[in-house]
Design a protein around this ligand. Structure first.
Ligand code: ADP
Ligand code: MG
Length: 224
């Protein structure tokens, strides 16, 4: 696959901002690079909504052409399910559907493929890691202690599977002052930046550069 770097964004907990931050990071990177998003949340796809993808994906000779918005190539079950050809998706279960999205999409050349991971630590993860070589994993958490403690599950799984963790982003969704980063410190995981509460986050017009700190850009941009 002609993709230079694959970066997965995830957390065991749902609702912490994985999809929003994936979209913002993609927009930021796409200013200078070719970027794609794979929405791996099969049962709760959101990238189609975040990017207001109105057209359906074209399927040509069983190959899927990603949608394109703001220069970003996007593949999401949210776009495929409406399609007349949706019958081909009914057969395969979760891992089959993810495999299809990964292997049947025509990306052309990409500098970065960002993967918006579903919540949990189950089959979806195992399938993505089996089908693709993930260069970096970015953890997302809110300051909520349940979200932070769930992150431990993700860290344990990533370590078992030898997936490189670039660091974590704290998403200050609750607009609080204190963030307990002891779990990340004890696991020696870098803080990549904080994304503050933003009531306009769904507009996707925000500048993400504040968050794409040197730590992210240095590693992500290095050999691409
Ligand atoms: N920094 C933020 N400020 C305000 N709202 C946010 C922020 N981050 C996420 N949200 C909102 O929180 C909800 C969950 O975000 P989402 O990206 O869907 O999380 P996940 O993909 O982890 O389930 C959405 O309604 C989103 O608009
Ligand atoms: Mg999501």
């Amino acid at each position: 696959m002609p993709i230079k770097k694959i970066i997965a964004i995830g957390s065991a907990k749902g609702g912490v901002g994985k999809s929003s931050i994936t979209a913002l990071l993609a927009l930021s990177l796409s200013k200078h690079k070719k970027v794609g998003i794979l929405d791996a949340d099969i049962y709760g796809p959101n990238q189609n909504i975040l990017f207001s993808l109105d057209s359906k994906n074209t399927i040509l000779n069983k190959k899927i052409m990603p949608a394109e918005k703001k220069g970003i190539k996007i593949i999401s079950m949210g776009n495929i399910l409406n399609y007349d050809d949706a019958a081909i998706w009914r057969g395969p279960m979760l891992s089959g559907a993810i495999k299809k999205l990964i292997n049947d999409t025509v990306w052309d050349n990409l500098d970065y493929l960002l993967i918006d991971m579903p919540p949990g630590t189950g089959d979806a993860y195992l399938t993505v890691f089996k089908e693709l070589i993930i260069d970096e994993f970015i953890l997302i958490t809110t300051p909520n202690k349940l979200a932070i403690s769930d992150t431990q599950k993700t860290i344990t799984m990533l370590r078992k599977l030898n997936i490189n963790i670039l660091g974590f982003i704290s998403n200050n969704i609750f607009n609080v002052k204190n963030f307990d980063d002891s779990l990340f410190l004890s696991n020696k995981i870098d803080h990549l930046g904080t994304y503050e509460f933003d009531k306009n986050i769904l507009d996707l017009n925000l500048d993400f550069n504040c968050l794409v700190s040197n730590k992210i850009s240095k590693v992500i941009m290095s050999d691409v």
